[in-house]
Write a protein that binds this ligand. Structure first.
Ligand code: UDP
Length: 492
């Protein structure tokens, strides 16, 4: 490789804002810390206004080359009821010819390809081009451990995992309870389970796996994944680099509605507002929407609530469409809510339709807690802004995330019923919210102190000389020198 030319890293994002945002953040890190040339290939849904805004802001100022690959039409290939995971895997698979053509025709040949967890079939293209190849798991190391161990469980366990009573042992890691399993493991006969198991084999075809966590947060799992004596490391075969927490620091897209939100937040006392949002795809039922409304009202606390149209379908029903219809327009928002609600809460609550500027909100000093679906991106945004969480997991690996936050990290409280199975009642919602942001709330100080400690530990990991900083620098050197990871174990 010509050492005078910057290395060129290409990052592939599968469809969905929850996949695009972390890929952009990783790209930014290569650009700002390592002076790499960065190209982002984004498989886009092209239905979401927010997606276009995020893509636009990624190229403004034009630091990256951004290439959009329109999602192929898969409607005739999968039934409408197919799981989101199955749809994403198929979408990426059908996009492979476009990805190949782009990779081979880039004016500056790439030095490395980084794909997300749904893009592992594209690693074969990097192999053909003889460039470095990595998988970026934009989640945490306990999830990665379960993923890596799943083919073993597949052989060991008979019948459905969710029918089992005992937790599943993962070498070197905390066991996973059946009720906390990731969505693709809930039905072994579903296509998404087959896709999920097949993707694990592809992880080992990469040169290394990057994960959006840091050493101090998950020492045990990271050790199990990297320690040659642990079965997990033997199964994965390639090293794991913890490079996180990589999260957005700001949202460059501003609007009049964002200004109005900030003005409203500015008027509220510090740490007094609860923020309620279920991520890029989360939806709840009509009954649950009503209970949230009544629960917030009952709590008498201040709140910002991102309201999405209720659905009786899957909890991730909005994954491909969300963010098409944002803003503060009360006519759109009010139609899902109890009669008279808007009028009654007008002095304490702010309602946002579908999509809010989440980082801007979480950064605001008036925010004191987050009712969150516990998508890993939202979790990291909350922790790095010192905001404790009321965990309301809905889909993907969010039940694991909620358990880890509540039982291991002390950064969240969970609802007593599982939100995907039962409606969480208004009294419970009011109690959780009051305990967190109410003046004498019992979770208030304990959790807030713990989250502050995590925030400091995250900052240390990312700053010069920190574990995540060093891990990414090591990777960057490997890419620059065109070396293999194994030969570079001692790169300083
Ligand atoms: N997000 C946002 N506004 C919203 C909902 C979500 O900006 O109203 C962003 C959020 O900040 C995060 C991403 O969308 O960066 C969601 O990713 P996460 O991993 O939390 O969840 P998922 O993609 O699984 O929903």
């Amino acid at each position: 490789m010509d050492l005078h030319k910057p290395a060129h890293v290409v990052l592939l994002s599968s469809p969905g804002l929850g996949h695009l945002i972390p890929i952009i953040e990783l790209g930014k890190r290569f650009l700002t810390h390592h002076n790499f040339k960065v190209t982002i290939l984004a498989i886009t849904s092209q239905t979401s206004h927010t997606e276009s805004q995020i893509l636009q802001s990624a190229t403004n100022p034009s630091l990256y080359t951004l290439i959009q690959i329109p999602s192929p039409n898969i409607s005739s290939l999968l039934p409408p009821s197919a799981a989101v995971c199955s749809r994403i895997f198929l979408t990426v698979r059908l996009s492979l010819p476009s990805i190949k053509s782009i990779l081979t025709n880039l004016p500056v040949p790439p030095s490395a390809l980084i794909v997300d967890i749904f893009g592992t079939e594209a690693l074969a293209l990097a192999q053909q081009l003889n460039i470095s190849k990595f998988v970026y798991v934009a989640s945490h190391a306990w999830f990665l451990s379960l993923l890596v161990y799943s083919p073993v469980l597949d052989k060991q366990i008979e019948g459905q995992y969710i029918d089992k009573k005992e937790p599943f042992e993962i070498p070197g890691c905390k066991p996973v309870r059946p009720e906390d399993l990731v969505d693709p493991m809930l039905d072994r006969n579903d296509l998404q389970y087959k896709e999920y198991i097949a993707s694990v084999e592809n992880l080992s075809k990469s040169d290394a796996v990057l994960v959006n966590t840091w050493d101090d947060l998950q020492p045990k799992e990271l050790k199990a994944l990297n320690d040659g004596d642990c079965e997990l490391s033997g199964l994965l075969k390639v090293p794991v680099f913890s490079v996180g927490p990589l999260v957005r620091q700001t949202e460059s897209e501003t609007s009049q509605d964002t200004e109005l939100m900030i003005q409203w937040l500015n008027k509220q006392p510090n740490e007094s507002v609860i923020y309620v949002s279920f991520g890029s795809g989360g939806t709840v039922s009509y009954d649950q929407t009503r209970e949230i409304a009544f629960g917030l009202e009952l709590s008498k606390q201040r709140f910002v609530w991102v309201v999405r149209a209720p659905t009786g379908e899957a909890a991730d029903a909005a994954f491909f469409t969300t963010g098409s219809n944002n803003g503060l327009d009360e006519n759109k928002i009010g139609k899902h809510l109890p009669e008279g609600f808007l009028q009654r809460i007008k002095n304490v609550g702010l309602l946002v339709n579908e999509w809010a500027p989440q980082v801007t909100i979480l950064k605001h000093p008036s925010i004191g807690g987050f009712v969150s679906h516990c998508g890993w991106g939202s979790v990291l945004e909350s922790l790095t802004n010192g905001v404790p969480i009321i965990a309301w997991p809905l889909y993907a690996e969010q039940k694991m995330n909620a358990t880890m936050l509540a039982e291991e990290l002390g950064a969240a409280v969970k609802t007593t019923v599982m939100p995907t199975k039962n409606v969480v009642g208004r009294e419970e919602i009011a109690r959780l919210v009051t305990n967190l942001v109410g003046q004498n709330g019992e979770s208030n100080h304990r959790m807030r102190d713990r989250v502050r400690e995590i925030k400091v530990s995250a900052e240390k990991a990312l700053c010069q000389g920190g574990s995540s900083y060093n891990a990414l620098s090591k990777m960057a050197k490997v890419i620059e020198r065109g070396e293999s990871i194994c030969a570079s174990k001692n790169v300083e």
